[in-house]
Design a protein around this ligand. Structure first.
Ligand code: ADP
Length: 180
């Protein structure tokens, strides 16, 4: 990394509906260091970082090269939460912490139904949660000490998870104090 990092890079990932944005928003408020929340899906749409839009699946084919090019300078500064339903595109050197949120697949189904997702997309995500696709992806892309799996089924889970990440940030800060 070219620039000194005063704050860590945290990836929050998980199947859509597991609670990534909810966690990221609360974490921004509770973090002891300033964190910028990037909802990568929204970022891709706003900046046109996609090659195509699939009507049937209602999803974008992301231009990953452009996405990574645009994120790189922000990530090098540190103090960022990358919130995305996939994480393997991010280089191994980027995240200090990868949080994989997990949720009972029935709850995922209900949350995505409320969001108005097409049935096909709900089924695909439901199956992905059952098969722990995102967790496997995170485990195969990053060192084991960086990846943490957290349950996100209740408001108590949410509060406990954010408190745990805040504690982790405090330790990260102590370990990196005085670094150039
Ligand atoms: N731990 C939780 N307990 C209860 N409801 C939650 C929890 N996490 C998320 N939700 C709810 O589930 C829905 C999807 O959450 P969201 O953060 O948008 O998921 P994602 O960003 O992973 O797609 C929202 O209505 C949110 O309020």
């Amino acid at each position: 990394m070219a620039s000194p990092r005063q704050a860590p890079v945290i990836v929050i990932t998980g199947t859509p509906g597991t609670g990534k944005s909810t966690h990221a928003e609360l974490l921004v408020n509770e973090s002891p260091v300033p964190l910028k929340h990037i909802n990568v899906g929204e970022w891709v749409k706003e900046r046109g970082l996609y090659e195509d839009f699939d009507q049937e699946w209602q999803s974008y084919t992301v231009d990953e090269d452009r996405l990574l090019d645009e994120l790189e300078p922000i990530v090098s500064e540190g103090g960022v939460i990358l919130d995305w339903h996939t994480c393997e595109a991010f280089p191994e050197r980027w995240p200090d912490l990868v949080v994989v949120l997990r949720c009972n697949h029935t709850q995922v189904w209900e949350r995505l139904e409320k969001r108005g997702y097409p049935l096909k997309k709900i089924q695909e995500n439901n199956e992905a949660e059952i098969m722990q696709v995102v967790l496997e992806e995170a485990r195969s892309s990053y060192p084991p000490e960086v990846v943490v799996e957290l349950s996100s089924e209740t408001m108590e889970d949410l509060a406990a998870n954010v408190a745990r990440i805040v504690e982790w940030i405090e330790i990260w800060r102590q370990q990196h104090a005085g670094e150039p």
